[in-house]
Design a protein around this ligand. Sequence first.
Ligand SMILES: [Zn+2]
Length: 394
Amino acid sequence: MSSLLVDNIGELVTNGAGEGPLGIRRDAAVLVEEGRVVWVGPPAYAPAADRRLDAGGAAVLPGFVDSHAHLVFAGDRAAEFAARMAGQPYTGGGIRTTVGATRAATDNELRATVRRLRGEALRQGTTTMEIKSGYGLTVADEARSLRIAAESSTETTFLGAHVVPAEYADRPDDYVSLVCGPMLAAATPYAKWVDVFCERGAFDVDHARAILACGQAAGLGVRIHANQLGPGAGVRLGVELDAASVDHCTHLSDADVDALAGTAHSDGSGTRTVATLLPGAEFSTRSPYPDARRLLDAGVTVALATDCNPGSSYTSSMPFCVALAVREMRMTPAEAVWAATAGGARALRRDDIGVLTPGARADLVVLDAPSYLHLAYRPGVPLIRQVMRNGVTP
Ligand SMILES: [Zn+2]
C-alpha cells in the first residue's frame, strides 16, 4: 500500500474542524492512502509515508465540486452571445439550435467535446463534475448523451425535459409522456439524477412535477432548474419533491426562501435542499445576479456551479464563479469557496468530497498562492498549480 504525504501546506482549507467556516489549518500536512485522506495535522507529527509532495507553503483546498454542467452537445453559439451583448435579451430559445447540432453529431464528436471540457475543468481544479443530457431530446439521443456522460462522471443527470423539441411544439403533453415513458427507461441505466428546466417557454410546474415524480419512481434523485428567468413555483416544487438542489434561484419570493429554509437539518448543518447559484449564466446573459445574501441570511445552504453550456454560460471555470460570487453577489471569499467545494458536494448529497478530513476522497488542489483569498482577489489568473483526484495527479 503506497502512501503520500502532502507536506508544507501554508494554509489548508479542510471544510471540517479548524479555524472559521472553512476549517482552516496553518502549517499543515495531509496523508493520503489508497485515494483517501487518512490523517491531517502538523508536519512535525506526520506519520511516515512512501512519497512526499512539497506544497511549498502554498494554500491547499478540496477540489472544486461543479454540480451543474451541460457538456454533451455539438456546435457553438458565439454569434448568439455577440447578439446578446449587442442588446438582444436571453430567452432560452437557442437551446433548439444546439439540439439540431447535437442530433447530427457522431458519438465520437460528442465524446471529444465532453473530454475536452472535462479536461479544461480539471486543470482549473474541478475534481467532481455533474454532467447533464438535454440536447438530444429523442429516446436514442438522450440515451447516448448519458452513456457518453457516464464515461466521464458518476454524477449524471437526465434532462430530457430541457425544452420541448420543435417536432412536439404544438403537443407538449405528448412530449411529457415520451419523457416519462420510453425516454426515461432508456436513460435510467446511465443516470443518477433527473432534472427539468421549469420556466416559461420550457416546462410548467405541472409538467415538471409529473416528470420529476416519474424519475423519482425510477430511482433517480431530483434536481431542478428553477426561477432563472422569472418568478415561479419551481423552487417550491423542488422542496416538495425533496430535491437535492434547486438551481439558478435568480427570482425568489419570500415563500420560496422560507420553503428552502424549512428543509434545515435539525443539527444546524444547513438545509437538505441546496440553492445552487450559477453566476456564469447571469454574467453571460447580462442579467441581474441572484441574491445570495438573502439565502445565506435565511440559513439556506448555497452551492456555486458553472452551468457550463454553449448558450448561456460557456465557462468551465469554478475560480471564475468564485470571483463573480464575491464581487457581484456579495458573498465573502470564505462563503464562495465553501459553496464551490462543500456546497457542491451537498448539492450532490455527497459527504466524501468537498472536504479534506480523514475518510474523505483525496481530491485536492494546490494553489499558486498563499491563501484561498487569491481566488477572488486575483480573478482570471491561472492559480491552480496542481490537482489531485483519488490521490493521484491526473
Ligand atoms: Zn443548466
